[in-house]
Design a binder for this molecule. Structure first.
Ligand code: HEM
Length: 148
């Protein structure tokens, strides 16, 4: 488990990052019905990866890490977890939008894809990518004993 959990932590982080990049590449002001479905699927995979990151992170924190107290008193760890929560909160907006579009497609309607909303969502995904890119830096600092 001391190997499996860190491995799964890394693997889910890779899938999470891949999901965000894929969403950014697919999302455009004009989307086919197939692309709308793909976006919703990619977002689901992203969501599952985020849950996996959280679960494996919690396991590293409380079970197979350096001891729960080591992390609790570390400001870099607090920053890391806070960034993760912010990323999670930001992702609510794209998820709601993608699900709304997919619902229309499923009903046989043409989803109303507004350029303004697409641009805003792309910006949110970019912010998420930036925040997720910062998290491993904090993680490595915590692991190397900075902030203790
Ligand atoms: C996108 C989100 C996350 C990323 C990119 C990330 C990244 C990483 C990386 C790269 C490491 C390995 C550090 C190293 O061994 O050098 C790590 C370790 C760890 N992560 Fe995460 N993590 C994320 C989310 C979380 C969350 C949400 C938690 C807790 C709830 C968490 C808890 C931990 C713990 C406890 C370790 C072990 C640190 C140590 O070796 O002492 N992570 N993380």
């Amino acid at each position: 488990m001391t190997i499996v959990i860190p491995y799964l932590h890394f693997l889910s982080i890779m899938v999470l990052m891949g999901g965000l990049i894929a969403e950014h590449l697919i999302l455009k002001p004009k989307l086919t019905n197939q692309q709308v479905k793909t976006l919703a699927t990619v977002d689901l995979i992203y969501g599952i990866a985020a849950v996996m990151v959280l679960v494996t992170g919690l396991l590293r924190w409380f079970v197979w890490g350096k001891g729960a107290d080591y992390y609790l008193s570390n400001p870099f760890f607090h920053t890391k977890v806070t960034l993760f929560i912010i990323v999670g909160i930001i992702s609510i907006w794209p998820t709601i939008l993608f699900l709304k579009w997919r619902k229309s497609v499923k009903k046989g309607e043409t989803p109303l894809i507004e350029e303004k909303k697409v641009k805003r969502t792309l910006m949110l995904i970019r912010i998420q990518l930036l925040l997720v890119a910062l998290i491993p830096l904090l993680a490595v600092m915590v692991a190397r004993g900075y902030g203790t």
